[in-house]
Structures are given as structure tokens and as C-alpha cells.
Design a protein around this ligand. Sequence first.
Ligand code: ADP
Length: 383
Amino acid sequence: MESNAAPMAVSYAITLVAGQSDRARAREAAGMAAQTGMAQTGTGPDARQFHDGAGPETVITVSGLVKRYGDVEAVRGIDFTVARGETFGFLGPNGAGKSTTIKILCTLANATAGTAIVAGHDAATERDAVRRNIGLVFQDTTLDTYLTAEQNLRFHAELYGVPRAAVLPRMRQVLEMVGLWDRKDSLVSTYSGGMQRRLEIARGLLHAPHVLFLDEPTVGLDPQTRSSIWAYINDLKKREDITIFLTTHYMDEAEHCDRIAIIDHGKIVAIDTPEALKASIGKDRVQIHTADDQRAIAELTAKFGIEAAVHDGAVTFSVASGEQFVPRLFTEFSVPIQSVSVSRPSLDDVFMSYTGSTIRDAEGGAGNEFMRNMAKMRSGGRR
Ligand code: ADP
């Protein structure tokens, strides 16, 4: 039962901003020093001393996490940790289990089995404590578009119990960070999609959370806006002591992460830094367009002992050195070749190597998106 899926902030309206270290962080961030008069009560966690058994610098610890929706096993026993200050990404195609995992970490869904500790608190049994410590930015906008940006942020501040004197300086800080301070009095309905996403990020940061969860932060945005969102996120990492957990199915987005977990069919198949994952492949990727792909695949196996398959419309295979192999291809191959491309290992190759398909193939185009939307509708529009 997903009884805790109502707008989460409501359940802890006017609880305060957690403990001493949170107050210090918010105060420091807002540049307000002592005059803020922030609440002196609260038992929230010390940012530096999480009690998850995995060391004080571990902010998220997930063990044996499973989530079933009836017969669908969306998450099939995953384990990972995220260190304080890391930007950690879940990379996988639609339907891989990313949103389900993030929902469990954010206390918006119950796990079927396993545990998730976030900022020192159990996401299943200490929901309010987890919620005080996290900020959320989900794909589907939850802004009130008939209100101004400032009204949206003030409402959020109220729900999270941000001390009144701290609201304006903190609001100014987060809105300046995402380049929207000048537009704070505009109705959100007049904002572009990119501006709305930036405002969501600002709102997610308003209460100075320890962990910011971003579910597909740039999906549906144009490339320029996507790169500007990433400029804001990277800037944020420099300014605030924050851990970021994000999900994405964009390879270039995964490149921004300190570490990524590749998730496929509900399982983590690889986890490391993007560089280490690429190095683990150790091979160049060759793609050829031919007059007869099936004959080309058979000939690659027969003549060179190479396993090839059609991916993204081209015969694709890996060799130790593409530069040395391609000349041989032209002299020894009987199938006419129309074009050749050779690339160093990318995250695409990593994904293919660990899952057996490219992320685009794995997503299966529009049909899969349809299934995903159906699943969303089944879950009452929630993700
Ligand atoms: P991703 O975020 O990687 O696209 P999801 O976590 O949304 O993947 O989905 C993982 C699997 O769980 C998919 O097969 C999806 O259809 C299924 N699923 C997700 N939410 C629900 C739900 N509320 N009811 C039934 N199945 C669901």
C-alpha cells in the first residue's frame, strides 16, 4: 500500500528545519549569521554523523532493496552507498527501476524488501526525519503555475518550517543561483519549461537539504536548456555542502556524475566512476553500414571471430584497436561497406557491454513510452 504518497511536505508542515547543523547550514547559506533567530529546538541529524553503520561520510545506504508491483518486479535486490558530497547517478532505460528506487529513497513508496538509509534515517520507519533532510525535483512539475515564483517558494518555506527571517535571504540566494531572482514576481505559468525546472531546483534547495534528489532533471528540455541546468547544478555543488542523487537515461548527463550505477531490468549491473567504467571496456567500437547486414555479421564471425549485432541501424562490434582493424576490413571483407565509424569507449559502450543493448534499443521507442505512461496512470499519476 502506498499510503504515504500524498504531497509529502504536508505531513510535516511546520516541523522545523532539523537540528543544529542544519540551522548552521541554512544560516550560513543565507548569509544571516546570528540575527536570524532560527528555532533552537529539534533533534535532526548532524550532517557529519550519520548512523547508518557504513561510516560517517555515507549519506545513502541501500541494502537488498526489492520492489514488486503485483507480478512486476521493478527493483530486484539492489545494494549501493552514496558518499557525502557525491553526485551519484542512476543510469538506465525507461522501465529499468530508477524512479521506483528514488521514490523509495524519498519515502514516497514502500519497499517490498530491503532497507534504505538516507541521511542517517530509515526511509521506511523514519519518514519525517528523512524528509526534513532531502530536497526533491521530479520530472512532472509540482509548481503552482497560477502563483508567482516567490509565492511558490514562500509556500514551500512555510511547509518546511523555514524560520521567517531566513526565508527572504535564502530565497534570494537560491533564485539568484538559478538566474530567476529578477523574475520572482512573474506567474509561473509565464515561465518556459526550462525556467520552471530551474525554479523546481531552487525550491528543492530552499530548506538547505543534505541530499537533493533529481528524477530525470532535464528530460523533455532542449539541449541548450539542458546544458544550462547542468551549469546550475555544477555551480550548486561548489557553493553548498550537498549530496546529489539523480536518475537519467541520458549518457551525457551521466558524465556529470562522480559515480554512476547502471541499472537494467531492476538490477545494478555496474557501478563506478564514468572513467573507470569506460576503462573497463578497453575496446574501440566500430560501426559499419553495409549493403547486407546479416551477411556482414556472419562474415565478421567467420573471418575474424568477432561477435557483431545491429544497433542503432548499424552493424556494431568491438575490437582492441579500431584504427588497425578497419584497413583489414576494407581489404578482406566481401560485403560492400558504405560507411565506417570508430569510437573510443563511451558510456554507450559501457551500457552495451554490461546489458547487451544500447540504451535506445533497450527503451524500444514509443511503445515503451506508452507502457510507461500507462504505468504512471495506474499509479494515479504519481511516479
Ligand atoms: P524507470 O524510472 O527506470 O523508467 P520505473 O521505476 O518507473 O522505471 O519502472 C520500473 C518497472 O516498474 C516498469 O516495468 C514499470 O512499468 C513498473 N512500474 C512502475 N510503477 C508502477 C506501478 N505503480 N504499478 C505497476 N507497475 C509499475
